[in-house]
Write a protein of this length. Sequence first.
Length: 156
Amino acid sequence: MSNCKFFSVEKEIQRRILAGSRTYFAAISLFRSRLLSKATKIILYKTLIRPVVLCGAEAWTLTKKEEQAMLIFERKIFRRIYGAKYENGEWKSQTNRELEEMSKGDNIVKWIKGQRISWLGHLERMEEDRMPQNIFTQELEGTSKGEDPGKDGKRK
């Protein structure tokens, strides 16, 4: 867990997943409805819940643990949408691989990575006097770990 007092990506992701769960349960009647197809429910997930979870996600730096938390959240929603399957006389939960096949390999982590690339392209096209562009192109001052700046503060 990060020691940063001002912003922790891990805590932000936990808050976003909780907000996504709240959004799901606020719309539970739609997701339980037998009148809506599974394809419609997936569209509802992608338009109602995913944006709540991913607001500002293109700026996040995700660890494997955080990526897993996002994937677990998404699979829980998909399992509720697709339901259990009846196989060999018993009901079984969908496996992760089956859920991935049903979603055609598209998942929340891939979407975040795509948004990051999109944001990078936006930064590249941005005018030079804009603050995000200035922050993106500026060179950092200071020393990196393990380097001795010397007496005069300059690198050797």
